[in-house]
Write a protein that binds this ligand. Structure first.
Ligand SMILES: [Zn+2]
Length: 309
């Protein structure tokens, strides 16, 4: 069974599953994000046509990769799931990617010890988030984007590893700067986390094939998920073919980092990245470049199912 925002479902009901999408993303900071400067209706009116479009293309499940502090909003996710018919999986965890120095990590989490953070995240899995009864399906983290892992980030990673060891939830960890990956892996080794409980989110960010192969062979999951924002898909087919050659396709995951209803400072307009792009553009492009549709579909069904359950 896997937790969705509408309750647990059988792993056989996951179907085509995109591993990394967003609905609301609030980058104004953790404390402000809790104030919610929008209504559920506003968000749903904006994103629903895009969700329905993906559903019509065969997508059945969206892994919503926005933790508390970055805009996780269960009322929105429940409404989107009910109205679109998509399964939506939410997360526990914390986001400290880019160069935000803790901005998106709630103050109380920043002040807690590793043990206390582990307890908070484990409780969300065991008892539900707040009084909603909704349970997370995975742990989302973001760290290491400056080539180092800061003390706050190390604390979050250790807490995530301990939470994963207690609950079985997978860790999806955004690491854009590939030189940070070995630092993160050392920490999870120290916490005795099995390699196959760790997803390298944005493994395709720099497409550092040396690291991708080295750490793929250790057993970590490799997520190609910059597809939603990519100007073109040139870098993907050679990388996918290489993984195929090296027998690592079974550890590949796909997502788009698509969405979102953005909450940010300033009035620059950030366009919505449509959730159906994967089906409308990415699959046809890969097929044209000699990758079988069957391979892509096995990644978004079989691999997604294995990593989540
Ligand atoms: Zn993301």
């Amino acid at each position: 069974m896997i937790n969705t925002v509408l309750g647990p479902i059988s792993e056989n009901d996951l179907g085509l599953t995109l591993m990394h999408e967003h609905i609301v993303v609030d980058i104004t900071g953790a404390e402000k994000s809790l104030e919610k400067s929008y209504t559920v209706k506003e968000v749903v009116d904006y994103v629903l046509p895009f969700l329905i479009d993906a559903k019509n293309k065969g997508c059945q499940t969206i892994v919503e990769a926005t933790p508390l502090g970055l805009g996780r909003d269960l009322d929105v996710l429940v409404e989107c799931s009910k109205r679109s018919g998509l399964n939506i999986i939410t997360c526990t965890g914390a986001w400290d990617g880019a160069d935000v120095k803790g901005l998106s990590v709630p103050q109380d989490i920043q002040e807690m010890t590793i043990v206390e953070v582990t307890d908070v995240w484990t409780k969300e899995f065991e008892e539900g988030i707040g009084d909603t009864g909704i349970k997370p399906g995975f742990i989302k983290l973001a760290l290491g984007d400056e080539g180092v892992i800061f003390p706050l980030q190390e604390k979050l990673l250790r807490a995530a590893a301990r939470t994963s060891n207690k609950t079985g939830m997978i860790i999806a960890c955004h690491i854009w700067e590939s030189s940070s990956l070995p630092l993160a892996i050392k920490i999870i080794e120290d916490e005795n986390l099995p390699y196959d409980r760790f997803i390298w989110v944005h493994a395709d960010g720099q497409m550092d094939m040396e690291k991708i192969l080295e750490y793929g062979k250790k057993g970590i999951w490799l997520e190609f998920d910059t597809i939603g924002a990519a100007e073109d898909f040139i870098k993907f087919p050679p990388a996918i073919k290489k993984l195929h050659e090296e027998n690592l396709i079974s550890q590949l995951l796909f997502g788009q980092d698509s969405g979102s209803f953005w909450i940010k400072e300033g009035d620059e307009d950030w366009p919505m990245r449509p959730y159906a792009r994967f089906f409308n553009e990415f699959i046809p492009y890969c097929v044209k470049e000699g990758i079988s549709e069957e391979l892509i579909y096995s990644v978004i069904t079989e691999n997604s199912k294995r990593v989540l359950t």
